[in-house]
Design a protein around this ligand. Structure first.
Ligand code: NAD
Length: 416
């Protein structure tokens, strides 16, 4: 199977071809500007010292400081982080926010670390990357298995090293130390605003729309709650342990209760237990992918019954599967738009930190909705004008901003 970075490069090539973009711009954006690979020593609670591999990939700062999450997972590798960093550049450009793209990761299993070990690991990462991060240079955020608490330690260590209070060095912080209202739900909320806008234009009856949500973590469980609150029917959900399906509808709050008390959503007591693979292929109108990459591949794409897919996860559909779904007229609202609510509210958090003036939840929501619906409607127009997919249109919107900034800054000219 192709790696994420191969898939992203393929998407860049496709969009560039449609818009007849200067190939030098594509080549320039295919490689990250800087990669830092580190090995972080951590004293474990038993007194031994363990080394953890870490990465920070700074893909592009053409439109603003590098911006992107920090992932703690056992399968973190450089190729994955490069792919995610590149996607961040396009995501920020699509959303219309003044950031470039970056991503970081540490190869570790957070379940096997104590709280103190996790803190020492995080502070070690900050010390080893201190020279290349900063509120005007590179601003990390939470990603898989990193939490507001980890962001708080991150901010504290950076502030200690720099000698100044620097809340803007990282986003996704707890509220009391410079977090933003609405950040926790932002990814799901942004996707929900876009999906509702799309569905309203199709003139469907809200309560007849059946939704399956794959993944019940931060993005997925809030998506289920928000979409349920908007009046849609959640008929299926899953987490890594398994799925549950009920044509009559599921209550997302009961699903979350089952996850909290029994460790899995399929123990909610309603509906039929199904495997993760089966859940994706069951009847529904909308499939929300909120788990991880490569979930729909050429092996299962033809089995998908949904008419529309909302990609809250990054890279959940492979390019081969994309083609099969397109042939079957399945509309995909692509990751770089659908999940850009998270980084958009991260941007709001950073603005609030820089100005030391904090917004109400209503203000955050209004600005989020405005930015994302502007991006979405522009993408739909590009899609209509170029007869492209929405994914290609999103890349075209991003390329337009990036190539204009590259031209105005004279970045490629100066190399001649
Ligand atoms: P998370 O760790 O909170 O949740 C992931 C969920 O997916 C868990 O419930 C897990 O049990 C489930 N899962 C894992 N494998 C599964 C499988 N095979 N089938 C069904 N469920 C499975 O992570 P998250 O923060 O919600 O992120 C999910 C995805 O969304 C990732 O791709 C992430 O990069 C992307 N994303 C998240 C945010 C955000 O703000 N949280 C922002 C942008 C993109």
């Amino acid at each position: 199977m192709n790696t994420l970075i191969d898939n992203v490069k393929q998407l860049m090539e496709e969009a560039a071809k449609i818009m007849k973009l200067d190939p030098n711009v594509v080549r320039f954006l295919e490689s990250p500007k800087k990669i830092l690979q580190i090995s972080i020593p951590v004293q474990m609670d038993d007194g031994s010292v363990k080394l953890f591999d870490g990465y920070r990939v700074q893909h592009s700062d053409v439109l603003g400081p590098f911006k992107g999450g920090l992932r703690y997972a056992p399968n973190v590798d450089l190729s994955e982080i490069k792919g995610l960093a590149t996607l961040m550049t396009f995501k920020c450009a699509v959303a219309g926010i003044p950031y470039g793209g970056g991503k970081g990761g540490i190869r570790c299993d957070t379940h096997t670390l104590s709280v103190r070990e996790l803190e020492r690991l995080t502070r070690g990462f900050v010390r080893y990357t201190f020279e290349i991060i900063g509120p005007q240079h590179d601003i990390p955020a939470p990603d898989m298995y990193t939490t507001p608490q980890i962001m708080a330690w991150f901010m504290d260590e950076y502030s200690t090293l720099s000698g100044e209070y620097e809340p803007g060095v990282v986003t996704g912080k707890p509220l009391v130390i410079g977090g933003s209202l609405g950040r926790e739900t932002a990814t799901a909320q942004g996707g929900a605003y876009i999906l509702r806008d799309y569905l309203e234009k199709q003139n469907h009856k809200t309560d007849q729309i059946r939704i399956i949500v794959q993944g019940f973590g931060n993005a997925g469980h809030y998506a289920a709650q928000i979409l349920h609150g908007m009046g849609y029917k959640i008929v299926g959900a899953s987490d890594s342990k398994g799925g549950v399906y009920h044509e009559g509808g599921l209550d997302p709050f009961s699903l979350m209760e089952a996850k909290k008390t029994k460790g899995r959503v399929d123990e909610c007591g309603v509906g039929k237990k199904v495997s993760n693979e089966t859940l994706l292929t069951l009847p529904c109108d909308i499939l929300v992918l909120a788990a991880m990459e490569n979930q729909i591949t050429k092996e299962n794409a033809a089995e998908i019954k949904a008419k529309t897919i909302l990609e809250l996860a990054n890279g959940p559909i492979t390019p081969e599967a994309d083609k099969i779904l397109e042939k079957n007229k399945v509309v995909i609202i692509p990751d770089i738009l659908a999940n850009s609510g998270g980084v958009t509210v991260s941007y709001f958090e950073w603005v609030q930190n820089n100005t030391d003036f904090y917004w109400s939840e209503a203000e955050v929501q209004a600005r989020l909705k405005d930015l994302l619906l502007t991006a979405f409607r522009d993408i739909v127009e590009i899609h209509n004008n170029h007869h492209s997919t929405l994914r290609q249109a999103a890349f075209i919107r991003a390329f337009k901003r990036l190539s204009e900034a590259i031209r105005l800054r004279g970045i490629l000219e100066s190399s001649k």
